[in-house]
Write a protein that binds this ligand. Structure first.
Ligand SMILES: [Zn+2]
Length: 266
């Protein structure tokens, strides 16, 4: 058996090793910084850190072990980034369903996935701020327990079976910029704001307020990209559109030009 203990990159490596070695896999995330641990997907990046592709495994991990005390002791920024990843899950799954798109395994997003994704969003709105406050004080609580379950399990089921859309395409696109130091979930939060603006979604204000309260970036400046050139923005837009399946799951139509405009407005 392969046992992966660590953050997102370590777990992605453990998944690849188990896949090619054809061994059972146990993953133990030490942070709730993204929603990959439960999924049958390993995200591959180029050596320069830019997004390469998703490697689809034959099955989900055989065992996922999460110790609340370990995850709660991770740097707070990592858990907040996990909230960003989980925040987008419902809206991407909703978009995928509306666009008659496909989930991460090529099927239609089922009702269970949409329910899990919705529960994910509701949990964040109910518990996210309280959980951050408790973690800051170095203590666990029911809010922290629910947040960890949300970031790792609900969001994992929600994205894998519900499908990804524009928010993740943008997060992946931003990885071409070496100067972008955002964690995955932080870039997803920014991508979500752009997606909701494009869709003219009624939840936009609630999402913006949530991001502000927990400290997730919603603008290029907050991502540390306030000085980004027009050329780099166009390159990012091109990279976003290379995420073809995610883009096909986006219910609102968008051009590269419109995307650049929305990213600057966000
Ligand atoms: Zn993600």
């Amino acid at each position: 058996m392969v046992v992966g203990i660590g953050g997102g990159k370590m777990l992605d490596i453990a998944k690849v090793v188990a896949f090619y070695a054809e061994l059972p896999l146990c993953v133990c995330p030490t942070a709730a910084s993204m929603d990959g641990p439960c999924s049958a997907i390993s995200v591959l990046y180029h050596e320069d850190g830019s997004f390469d592709r998703y490697l689809m495994l034959e099955k989900n991990p055989d065992l996922v072990v999460v110790d609340t005390n370990v995850v709660a002791a991770a740097p707070l920024r990592m858990t907040v980034a996990g909230m960003g990843d989980a925040l987008a899950t419902y809206f991407e799954a909703r978009s995928c369903a509306a666009a008659h798109g496909t989930n991460e395994h090529g099927g239609a997003p089922g009702h269970l996935a949409l329910v899990a994704a919705r529960a994910c969003y509701d949990t964040l709105i109910e518990c996210g701020v309280a959980a951050k406050r408790d973690l800051k004080k170095g203590r666990t609580s029911p809010a922290v327990e629910r947040l960890i379950e949300c970031n790792i399990l609900l969001s994992g089921v929600g994205f894998e079976s519900g499908g990804l859309a524009l928010a993740h395409a943008i997060a992946n696109g931003l990885t071409i910029l070496p100067e972008c130091k955002a964690m995955h979930g932080e870039a997803v939060a920014f991508g979500l704001v752009v997606q909701l603006r494009l869709e003219r979604a009624p939840e936009l204000d609630q999402v913006l307020e949530f991001c502000q309260r927990v400290g997730l970036p919603t603008t290029l400046a907050e991502l540390g990209l306030g000085e980004i050139s027009d050329t780099d923005l166009r390159d990012v837009a091109n990279a976003v559109f290379r995420n073809e399946r995610n883009m096909a799951n986006e219910q609102a139509k968008v051009t590269k030009q419109k995307l650049v405009q929305l990213m600057c407005e966000a």
